[in-house]
Ligand binder design. Structure first.
Ligand code: FES
Length: 99
């Protein structure tokens, strides 16, 4: 299992390893927009990975390419739809749309 904390609400849930992060956030009852069906095309699921880099899958070429087109990305920026929870360490994300 992976421990996932979703900020700014601070909601923490246990998620089966191998679960897609966007799906895990939605399953936790937290709203996160997805306009492309999780295909790394819309950028709407952009968030900040603030803890647990080793607890999620590495960035894919498609994710990196889409992030390059988004204004205001930072070193912790990721696309939730392209990430898988690995269960190796607790993960904390900050939903940017909620800021
Ligand atoms: S849902 Fe569109 S890029 Fe993630």
């Amino acid at each position: 299992m992976s421990t996932l904390t979703i900020m700014p609400s601070g909601k923490t849930v246990e998620v089966a390893e191998g679960t897609n992060l966007l799906q895990a956030i939605l399953d936790a009852g937290v709203a996160l927009t997805s306009k492309c069906g999780g295909d790394a095309k819309c950028g709407a699921c952009h968030l900040s990975l603030t803890g647990g880099r080793k607890g999620v899958s590495k960035m894919t070429a498609a994710e990196n390419a889409k992030l390059d087109t988004i204004i205001g990305i930072g070193s912790k920026s990721r696309l939730a739809c392209q990430m898988t929870l690995l269960g190796t360490e607790p993960v904390t994300v900050e939903l940017l749309s909620a800021i």
